[in-house]
Write a protein that binds this ligand. Structure first.
Ligand SMILES: *Cc1c(COP(=O)(O)O)cnc(C)c1O
Length: 231
């Protein structure tokens, strides 16, 4: 056995262990296979092994691969990378969820394009949870105000929060950030805003998804340890 066939069962076992630790069900946790740089053939292989959700972070790359899959509605696509306003129109009818909403102009554009396509787009608010200069996202401090600014858009459904945690030596170092994400999500939910339902916490990647699950992640985004590439 090699690559995916070896990696996927290991990851599933780890998900199960972490979920059990906190009394959660494995089925409640969605694995998004991150397919940047991954070929359509490999994506199909992951699909055949049971992966249904796929995350892309560059619009151009996604669009060129999407042609291979657009007739198969069993593939569910997520936009997880930084999204430029002028690219929204290319993905609006192709993805199930946008994980990287972090500014009002982008929200406006998603709302407008969703309206034109007669859909309501599920979005997550990207939080720059460790206040890193190199990362996109709204600061934890501004998150509630940001949601207040955009929750009136009728073709956007705010479904939760997403973060990319810092790169660390030991995954435990990120536990505080995942905890903080969880608390933020509870805080925003408690405001009972129209169009806002904090169903999802998209956090945890190859290095730290087990810790993320223990702190409440229900969407984890895994690339390198699933497909075996190096980032
Ligand atoms: C690449 C990427 C991932 C997956 O990272 P790995 O460490 O390879 O698992 C998750 N989320 C985003 C936004 C990414 O760009």
């Amino acid at each position: 056995m090699y690559g995916l066939q070896k990696n996927l069962p290991e990851i599933k076992e780890n998900i199960e262990k972490s979920a059990q630790k906190i009394g959660r069900k494995t089925e409640d946790i969605t694995l998004v296979g991150v397919t940047k740089t991954i070929s359509p053939n490999q994506i199909q292989e992951a699909f055949e092994l049971g992966v249904r959700n796929f995350g892309e972070n560059r619009v151009q790359e996604f669009i060129s691969k999407y042609e291979n899959f657009d007739k198969n509605t069993d593939y569910t696509w997520h936009m997880i990378g930084h999204l430029q306003t002028n690219k929204v129109k290319f993905i609006i009818d192709k993805v199930k969820m946008i994980h990287s909403l972090d500014n009002v102009r982008l929200a406006e554009e998603i709302d407008k394009r969703a309206k034109q396509s007669d859909i309501k787009m599920d979005v997550l608010i990207e939080i720059n949870i460790a206040n890193e200069d190199t990362k996109h996202g709204v600061s934890a401090q501004d998150a509630r105000f940001f949601v207040e600014q955009i929750h009136h858009f009728s073709n956007i459904s705010i479904k939760g929060l997403m973060c990319i945690a810092p790169i660390v030596e030991n995954a435990e170092q990120n536990r505080i950030y995942f905890e903080k994400m969880h608390r933020l999500s509870v805080d925003i939910q408690s405001q009972n805003m129209h169009n806002v339902d904090m169903c999802f916490l998209s956090m945890g990647m190859s290095q730290d998804y087990q810790i993320a699950i223990e702190e409440g992640a229900n969407i984890i985004r895994i690339g390198s340890s699933l497909f075996g590439y190096n980032t």
